[in-house]
Design a protein around this ligand. Sequence first.
Ligand code: CTP
Ligand code: CA
Length: 226
Amino acid sequence: VEAALADGPLRGKRILVTSGPTHEPIDPVRYIANRSSGAQGTAIARALAALGAEVIFVTGPADIPPPDGVEVVRVETAREMLEAVQGGLPADAAIFAAAVADWRVASASASKMKKTKGGLPQLDFAENPDILATVSQMTKGRPGLVVGFAAETDDVVENATAKRQRKGCDWILANDVSAGTGIMGGSENAVTLISADGAEDWPRMSKDEVAARLAERIAQALGGGF
Ligand code: CTP
Ligand code: CA
């Protein structure tokens, strides 16, 4: 790893990676979250560092440890993640692997909500900021390469292609997270890389292999060789 750090094709490049879920509080003991182990984002950060990149790893609460050799910024909520990302820029590239909660409870309760006889809590929701879209659409200081993921259960490539255009990122890695694929929480991933040039299916492989392949593509795109 040390040799790779010294000589890798991404040496001198600063790359920001988001990973894991976000937790949106309902009250001090409850939260809303997405299903995400953080495995793919962690593998990507590790692969980029192995090619010599300086990696800023912005992670929501995940059970797996962050990789060695990266700068770790821990956050809880989507709004904290956006702030951490903005604080981590400028960067040569930014990879958005986090499963960000789309909604938060508009006003989380400062005290624990209690069961009341016959009553149910009423939760009002607010939409979280779209971190990927915010960074993709920066007019000043946008990273040269912005990569998102698209977790889809239906019409995967169509939805992800539209998502790439809507958000304004350069690449989207689309994955089918339908129940039964075993991708959420599993060690493998099957992705389609969508860019302005079209869609490229990658065979199903381990999340580590997806990360290694993506890191190589990023190195090519940033002009670092391969
Ligand atoms: N993303 C983000 N901030 C959000 C929501 C999503 O940065 N508030 C990023 C994710 O990290 C991912 C990409 O956007 O890289 C796509 O996430 P996804 O949930 O598939 O897309 P959404 O735009 O939230 O659309 P939907 O969930 O409705 O399909
Ligand atoms: Ca979403």
